[in-house]
Design a protein around this ligand. Structure first.
Ligand code: NAP
Length: 333
């Protein structure tokens, strides 16, 4: 059975069986594909949205070696071109389920198509964490956003709030300060979690202001966001302040909806635990990038995860079975 690759040359065909199938086309997945192919394996990357993952939502990347400053979307596109150049195949679809049989893994896509492989890389990343407050769901895309580079332009000369104190919140607040009239970083503590470099950039911006020790209690509006009800966590005081929009960057939740999570070991937040080779407790299934329990979530660490996992998979499972096959063939001859 062969399938057309969406978004690629129609002549391209996909196989039914691969050495490595990678679920997720972010930096971890693309690096895994490159290392698998260079190790002599066949590799298929399955991505439900656009390749590049969270990288696509980042305006500028300044800590990926070799690029002093590059747009997230551009880096993502260069990575994909690199993988395609070496022979990685891509399939656009949403994985619904995976199965681990004794000799192979099965990946079931929402359209019913099934791919099989010797090994599997889970590189499905994470999604923005929600605040879970009243009005958040109702006003999503009506003033509530989780992506500054996607929605920032709607807020030219407006007043916006950014919730969170991590790298994403502070970086994106700086990005928004070049579009919006005023940007308020609302943080639940009185110290930012973000790296010093990003903090300094935010403190330098005259139109970035801070509301410390405060959380959002409610997002209010009519057709779209008009105000936030904020609570000071030290005093308990509530106040309502007018805003045209709110950008929420309060961390990540792992995308594991297609997994029977009971088969895997996870940390308290649901991120997958692996050994030093990135292998989960299911033999031949690896977890790489943001989906993995780890300290530092960066493009560079995602890329490293992919390289380690594919190198191990090629050595342990792919070359191993090839060697066995050669021996069997020789006996039969
Ligand atoms: P993060 O580092 O986990 O920060 C989340 C922020 O949201 C924290 O400041 C946290 O407050 C706050 N928060 C969490 N839940 C909240 C709630 N319910 N209400 C209010 N505030 C809440 O998440 P992130 O900034 O999305 O970053 C994710 C990972 O990607 C990190 O490892 C980060 O370093 C990495 N990253 C790196 C770069 C870069 O290097 N250029 C850019 C973006 C992201 P507390 O501080 O009080 O916990």
């Amino acid at each position: 059975m062969f399938f057309n690759v969406e978004g690629q040359n129609k002549k391209d065909k996909l196989k039914e069986f691969y050495d490595v199938i990678i679920i997720g086309g972010g930096p971890a997945g693309i690096s895994a594909a490159i290392y698998a192919i260079q190790g002599g394996a066949s590799a298929l990357v399955i991505e439900k949205a656009i390749e590049g993952g969270q990288m696509n939502l980042t305006d500028i990347v300044e800590n990926y070696p070799g690029f002093k400053s590059i747009k997230g979307q551009e880096l993502s596109s260069l990575m994909k071109q690199h993988a395609v150049h070496f022979g990685a195949e891509f399939y656009s679809g949403e994985v619904k389920e995976i199965k681990s049989e004794e000799d192979f893994k099965e990946v079931i896509i929402d359209n019913g198509i099934i791919f099989k492989s010797k090994t599997l890389m889970i590189a499905s990343g994470s999604n923005p964490k929600k605040l879970g407050v009243k009005g958040e769901k109702e006003f999503t895309s009506k003033g509530v956003s989780y992506c500054a580079s996607c929605d920032g332009h709607f807020f030219k000369d407006k007043k916006v709030a950014v919730i969170g104190g991590g790298n994403t919140a502070v970086e994106e607040a700086v990005y928004l300060s070049n579009i919006a009239r005023e940007v308020y970083i609302i943080h639940r503590r009185d110290k930012l979690r973000a790296d010093k470099l990003y903090q300094e950039r935010a403190f330098e911006k005259e139109n970035i202001k801070f509301i410390w020790n405060s959380v959002v209690e409610e997002i209010k509006g009519k057709e779209k966001v008009q105000s936030l009800v904020l609570k000071n966590v030290k005093t308990g005081e509530l106040k309502e302040e007018l805003f045209d929009g709110v950008f929420i960057f309060v961390g990540l939740v792992p995308e594991t909806s297609f997994l029977d999570i009971n088969n895997f070991e996870t940390d308290e937040y649901g991120f997958l635990i692996t050994d030093k080779n990135m292998e989960t407790r299911v033999k031949g299934i690896y977890a790489i990038g943001d989906i993995r329990h780890k300290e530092i979530r960066q493009i560079v660490t995602a890329v490293a995860d992919g390289a380690i996992a594919s190198s191990h998979a090629v050595r342990e499972y792919i070359n191993e079975t090839r060697n066995k096959q050669v021996k069997i063939d020789k006996i039969e001859i």
